[in-house]
Ligand binder design. Sequence first.
Ligand code: FES
Length: 424
Amino acid sequence: MPAQTPAIRTPDTGHRPASRLNPRRWLQPAVFDFWARHFNRTWSAERILARVIERRAASARATTLVLKPNRHWPGAVAGQHLDVIVEIEGARHRRSYSLSAPPRADGCIEITVAEVEGGLVSPVLARMTQVGAVLELSAPYAGLALSHIRAADRAQTSSGRMAAELTHPSLLVGEGAGERGRTHDAGSLPLSPTPLPQGERGLNNMRTPAPALLLAAGSGITPLRALLVDALAKGETRAITLLYWAQTREELCFHEELLQLVQGHPTLRVEFLLTRDSAAPAARINATQLQALAPELSTCEVLACGPDGFIARARELCASARGFQAEGFTAAVPEKSDGARVRVQLKRSGLALDLPTDRPLLQALEEAGQTPAFGCRRGICNTCSCDRIAGATRDLQSGDLRDEPSTPIRLCVHSAAQGLVLDL
Ligand code: FES
């Protein structure tokens, strides 16, 4: 029997079903939005809009934006992600970011945006988005979770309304990565006892919480910081070790705050590993390092977030760990390119294109001048999903060849493999 897709339930934020006064009953949403924004720029018939109420530096090149979403925000839990949609020179762009702090009691949320060199959206968000600006958001989705905190959240929110569907529990997204097309390869967030994806090991039924080992590289710190702060605020007492790799001291996010958390929580240990430190550069993640810094690895629940290469190495090194979830940053691509192309027919537009097999269909279609919808570009949000009517695609995350007809596929994590017909 196929596994049921679990629903993530998030806190009840007071959102209520449409009333007779709801503008959707008597106005087209776009028309309502056009007029409403003259009164309040966060008013919308159905879109999630959020005002920036605070911005602060998280590191030398990362900025935390505190956002106050409108009533359409369904609530979220630490470890989840959202898409930010911004308009730049008339074109809408969508990037995925992790919540970098647990949602606040006043309904505000935080994201931390690292400016990516040569990026399009991250400089706008990190440098130019000022207090008072309004951003459009997606509903939250997927995410990493500490096992028994996850269980507590599930219990706490079981009466809350459904906020998001975990459509692809094996996949994720985030920023830092956002700008690079954040390839969230990651950790599953099974809020119900759903089988974890291959390579992920869960702890849903664990009676005694295992020590937690958090592995962060670069902007991978953002969801882990949210989970850490959330867990400590909920009275977490088990041992937690955070190993945080960055290139330089200036690039460490939340440095002072993490040091303060260590001061207040004797069971928390944080190690900063600076790979380009002029005095004593740290090595990239390796077995010797883990043995020295996390000798109890085999008893640990491991959560890792960072670039895909980091995640692949972490997964390998943590094979003996008690549980493993991960989230990576760059789009999955085949290891080799042989220059092969296959004919791809787009049913709705009637176009026939010869597309390369060595990259995600989403990228190949864009290079061919098409504009398919996309969100996270990491296989998480399902925005790019369309039916494969015929032909075969390769799942870039598992490497599997798929050829079931009339089956939805996510263009960002599948490549063309054999002559294809897509419902596009
Ligand atoms: S763009 Fe999000 S799943 Fe493809």
